[in-house]
Design a protein around this ligand. Structure first.
Ligand code: NZQ
Length: 384
């Protein structure tokens, strides 16, 4: 096992009715900016619950944070928060609202152009504290210190991480997710599954506990994902998927093991250029990454095949082929197509994507840094 430092300070308030506990988590006399997206929280009752919980606080609001949150929008919130001397942020929504709010938190005290935090990896030395109410299980943003932001002007989708933007607390009420459209819950299942795979399907690192935790998340998603799609208000199924998504990217399963992340990096480009949802991009890219890297990932692919899918018949090549096929079939079965052509994206985009990664210096992706721009092209060619 590799050396690691693990520190995750996020307090989780999980379950029905937990929004009412928010006042106990927010500093007394805080001036709070509630941030939200396009209005789903006003239709499903979450907004009303949050407002009721915060009735004794001074509260301002900033709505309109879009999916794949844009720098241009977030900077308006930064301006408002600076003018109003906001001292606590409460993100209410999906990963986009949470990520956008992490950026706002870091940008408020930042000296200079806040885009440098992402584009130049400028260090974050201060941030306004934030909390979160999650309404979409998928990204893990509620319990991690990462945020992904898109600059519309240049169509760049970049990320930053800082321990200063861990939420102080996150409320996870499965009932707040019952109103999700099927497409979003499907995307969320693929997102959580792929987060787990990116930290698991690499090469053996003598870390059986991390392996088994990752396998448990994958198996639980395979069991509970279809149930929560078929029965959106099944509390138990939704609660299990929600906790899987959080556990998939809170640092625990990735501690001390090699990590891949090539699928995500390539996927970001498909979103930036063609507007695909993140779950869709992952469903398109992951099976091809596994296929192209089947030799370097061989041992873990065999372990994955046996332990997650129960595949024991056939020679090693057949077992690996079957495991990749089952992964693709699982994504399709939860409603997420796995071919670029299904989204009207043609092969013409392939050189554009590899050029964009090259221009950003992302020329050695994957756990072995062997996914070069040429390999990215091979992966995408297999994804058409
Ligand atoms: O904007 P509103 O009206 O709230 O509607 C949203 C949005 O249209 C809707 N929605 C959310 N909760 C709902 C709901 N609709 C009905 N009922 C509810 N309960 O769902 C739509 C999508 O929301 P979004 O927040 O964009 O989805 P998601 O949670 O999948 O977040 C995507 C963003 O997270 C980033 C992605 O790149 C993307 O920008 N990621 C962040 C990561 C992280 N912080 O660690 C890792 C991830 O891999 C990912 O890259």
């Amino acid at each position: 096992m590799q050396n690691f430092i693990f520190h995750n300070p996020v307090k989780i308030l999980f379950g029905k009715g937990q929004i009412a506990k928010i006042p106990q988590e927010v500093p007394q006399a805080a001036k709070i900016l509630i941030t939200y997206g396009g209005g789903s929280i006003k239709k499903n009752g979450v907004y009303d619950q949050v407002k009721a919980a915060l009735q004794d606080f001074t509260v301002l609001e900033f709505g309109g944070i879009e999916p794949n949150p844009r720098l241009e929008t977030l900077m308006q919130a930064v301006k408002l928060a600076r003018q109003e001397n906001i001292d606590f942020l409460l993100a209410v929504g999906g990963g986009s609202v949470l990520d956008g709010t992490k950026f706002i938190a870091a940008a408020i005290p930042f000296q200079g152009d806040p885009w440098d935090i992402l584009a130049k990896k400028a260090s974050v030395t201060a941030a306004v504290p934030l909390g979160a109410v999650l309404t979409l299980p998928a990204t893990g943003s509620e319990m991690n210190s990462t945020a992904v932001v898109t600059k519309e002007e240049t169509r760049e989708k970049l990320y930053f991480s800082s321990p200063l933007v861990f939420p102080k607390f996150s409320v996870l009420d499965p009932e707040a997710t019952f109103s999700l459209p099927p497409k979003q819950i499907s995307n969320g299942i693929v997102d959580a599954f792929t987060h787990t795979v990116e930290q698991y399907l690499t090469y053996p690192a003598d870390a059986p506990l991390q392996d088994r935790m990752a396998e448990s998340i994958l198996q639980t998603l395979i069991e509970e994902g279809p149930k929560t799609i078929a029965h959106p208000t099944d509390y138990t199924a939704r609660a299990n998927v929600m906790w899987c998504a959080t556990m998939a990217l809170n640092g625990l399963i990735g501690a001390g093991v090699p990590q891949d992340w090539a699928t995500h990096m390539i996927g970001h480009e498909l979103t930036a250029l063609h507007g695909l949802d993140r779950g869709q991009t992952l469903a398109v890219v992951l099976p091809s990454v596994l296929e192209i890297k089947r030799d370097t990932k061989r041992e873990k692919l065999l372990q994955y095949a046996k332990r997650v899918w129960g595949i024991t018949q056939g020679d090693e090549e057949q077992i690996i082929t079957e495991a990749i096929a089952r992964t693709r079939y699982f994504f399709e079965s939860v409603g997420v197509p796995t071919r670029m052509s299904a989204y009207d994206v043609s092969h013409e985009t392939i050189p554009a994507i590899s050029d964009r990664l090259k221009n950003r210096g992302m020329v050695a992706l994957g756990e072995k840094q062997d996914i070069t721009p040429q390999v990215v092209e091979e992966i995408l060619t297999l994804s058409i």
